[in-house]
Structures are given as C-alpha cells and as structure tokens.
Ligand binder design. Structure first.
Ligand code: ZN
Ligand code: ZN
Length: 318
C-alpha cells in the first residue's frame, strides 16, 4: 500500500508540475502577446549603450572668486559660489530606480554624466529637491558621503540618508531658511509631489533660493508652473536660475513646459538661466531635443542668457 501510494504520488507530481509549467508558459505567451512593445523595450534597453556626454567641464580651473556652474546631466549641477561648492540632485549612475540585489530596476540614462565622482572637487553642500529616483539617487549619495559635506533636503526625506556620515543634514520646509557656510538658503514652494513610492506621501518637495553677500541663485527642483518663484525677487537680481524644462508630455500637471520654465525664470528676475531635467532620461513622450529647442525659442532675443544647452557645458561670472 505504501509503495502504491508512493507510486501514486510520483505519477501525480510531474503531471501537476507540468500543469504549472503550462500555466506559466501560457501566462508568458499572453503577456508577450498583450505587451510585445514592453518586452521589446526592456530587451533593447538592456542592450543599449549609454552615449558619452558631449562636453567635459573643468571645475579644477574655476577660481575661488566668482560664480561658476556646470551641467552634469538631468538635474545635477555643480556650482561654485565664491569658493563654496554645491552639487544639486546628484545622480551619477547609469540607472536610477529601485535597487534589487545588485541590479537597479528603473530608468537607464541616454547620456553619461559629464563628470563621475572621482572627477568631482570636494563638495561643501549637497542640495536635494525631493526624493524622486531621478533626483535622489542612493548609490550616488552614498558615494558622496564625507564628514566635510553638508546636506539640505526637503521635509521628511532625511530618513533615506545615512545622516551620521555627513557633516550635517538639514530638512527645509517652504518659507524656511537655513545657513550653511557663507550661504543662506530659503525653501521655495513648488507644484509637484514628494512620494518616492506610492504610500510615502508625507515627503516634501522644494525649490531653493541660495544667497551670499554677492550672489543669488535659484534651483527650481522639479515643478509644474507656479508663480511662487516671485518669492525670490529681491533688491538684487538673481544671477542664475536653474529651471527644469522636460518631462511635460503628458505630465504637464507635475512638470512645466519650456515656456513656463522661462516665465518662472522671469518671475524671479533671473539674469541667466540654466535649463535642466532634459536630454538625460526618457521620462515622457516629447522628442529628445524639443525641450531645449522650445526653451531657446522662448528666450527670443536673449539667447545669451541661457548658459548651457548641452550636457557638460559650463559657465562662469566674475
Ligand atoms: Zn519629481
Ligand atoms: Zn524629475
């Protein structure tokens, strides 16, 4: 009887396993049939190589005096303001997204960053606008952990950082001000959202005004059109406004278009503009160069006020 049962089990099990395999194969065939485009895209993405940055900046040549900026890709900008270095939303890996073991499931860059970590100078301040994966990249941030580096980030986002490994970490809300080295930094309300995943809706999202005695710089973060950058207007002009210009089709409710980015630059009284959030990741449907082409059109008779149009370009003001 025992052997009969064993025999019985042996004959049932492979059949059951077969049925499972058939079900899985059916499901896979169905998924492939239903979403061939998706499977093709995933496969093509894996094979696709990341293009080199078209320009290579040389921050090691920047003097301590003056205002200097280099666009490293997406929303990552290296700034030096009278000798103090700032890095905005650092994302320097080939992928950004959720880490699963050794892999990152998410977006792959189209163009490599203009500088990698070993080529960066000492960073005095990392300025983080919000916790979305294309702005707040944990592997990059871990690589930048230094006891001499301060971090300013949006409300309820510092739990994602290994806070003790930096000089200081400050969360800033809208309308709040904090002092770091020679800088005074104001959190500006923007129109976006902060959840990194679906449920963490408590996280904040900021634009910033960075001020010293002689310089004023706006970092717009990620935003739909808003008139809140008027808060950055003052008795002195804004020397440079870093404004996002891409990912508006169809996400216009969360990302401004180039004309709106231009208007926000005008709202804060910016003399120069550095457009970001384009030419790096495919987040939306607009053609690759459309954001910068439309931004230059919006600039009209002031094309010289746009300081970078390609990744890796740099700009300096005495
Ligand atoms: Zn975002
Ligand atoms: Zn973004």
């Amino acid at each position: 009887m025992f052997s009969k049962n064993t025999h019985h089990i042996k004959t049932i099990c492979p059949r059951a396993r077969n049925a499972k395999l058939v079900q899985l194969a059916d499901a896979a065939r169905f998924a492939r049939g239903a979403a061939p485009e998706f499977f093709r895209r995933v496969q093509n993405e894996r094979k696709r190589s990341v293009g080199p940055a078209p320009f290579l900046p040389h921050p090691e040549k920047w003097p301590d005096r003056g205002l200097h900026a280099a666009w490293l890709g997406h929303s990552t900008v290296l700034l030096k303001i009278d000798g103090f270095t700032i890095l905005t939303d650092p994302v320097l890996g080939n992928h950004c997204g959720v880490r699963v073991g050794p892999m990152t499931v998410g977006l792959k860059r189209m163009v490599a960053p203009a500088l990698l970590r070993p080529q960066l100078p000492h960073i005095d301040l990392i300025l983080l606008s919000h916790a979305h994966f294309d702005h707040f990249d944990l592997p990059t941030l871990r690589g930048l952990e230094r006891p001499g580096t301060a971090v300013i980030t949006a409300s309820n986002t510092s739990d994602l950082l290994r806070v003790a490994r930096y000089r200081s970490v400050a969360e800033l809300g809208w309308g709040e001000r904090v002092h770091v080295g020679p800088l005074s930094i104001l959190g500006i309300q923007v129109r976006h959202w902060g959840a990194r995943l679906r449920s963490d809706t408590h996280r904040g999202y900021n634009g910033y005004l960075i001020e010293t005695d002689r310089r004023r710089v706006v970092f717009g973060g990620d935003t739909a059109y808003t008139d809140t950058f008027r808060a950055a207007r003052g008795s002195r002009p804004v020397d440079l406004a870093i404004m996002p210009i891409g990912a508006y089709n169809p996400w216009i409710h969360a990302h401004c278009n180039p004309e709106q980015a231009w208007r926000m630059g005008a709202d804060c009284g910016a003399e120069h503009l550095l457009p970001v959030h384009h030419q790096t990741f495919r987040l939306s449907r607009e053609p690759f160069f459309e954001p910068v082409e439309r931004f230059m059109e919006a600039a009209g008779s002031r094309p010289e006020s746009v300081v970078t149009t390609r990744i890796g370009q740099e700009w300096s003001q005495d």
